[in-house]
Write a protein of this length. Structure first.
Length: 132
């Protein structure tokens, strides 16, 4: 998505690292894919704050898109929290190792990320259609 949003700066990728496992293993937090997507939407629709009408439209689009994203994710997967999605308590010793070794991340997390990416591309298609 970073190419699509013209965010070709590795700093943005590094900024997403804390979203792994919820927010650094705090599974009561939203799935990291959702959190990163929300930040991505904000960056995608950023504009000069001095242009108040444009900034208002941008904030509205960001809020609406984020709300749609979270609702669609919850509907598809039944939860938005890392704990609810994976059923793993990363605060317990050995759980992260089990998570990696059993491939749960491949079976579940990759599906969540793929879902998010597809939704972000769909939002981008909507923006392009709205802009003619």
């Amino acid at each position: 998505m970073w190419e699509t949003y013209d965010l070709q700066n590795e700093d943005f990728l590094w900024a997403g690292i804390p979203f792994l496992s919820g927010i650094n293993g705090q599974q009561q937090a939203p799935c990291g894919a959702i959190s990163a997507a929300a930040v991505s939407l904000g960056l995608r629709h950023r504009c000069a704050l001095g242009d108040k009408p444009l900034a208002k439209r941008a904030r509205t689009r960001i809020r609406q898109s984020s709300a749609q994203l979270v609702a669609a994710f919850a509907e598809q997967f039944g939860d938005i929290t890392c704990m609810g999605l994976l059923g793993i308590d990363f605060s317990k010793p050995g759980e992260y190792k089990r998570f990696r070794e059993t491939g749960i991340w491949r079976d579940k997390c990759e599906r969540y990320v793929q879902f998010i990416i597809e939704k972000l591309y769909a939002f981008e298609d909507e923006v392009r259609a709205d802009n003619g």
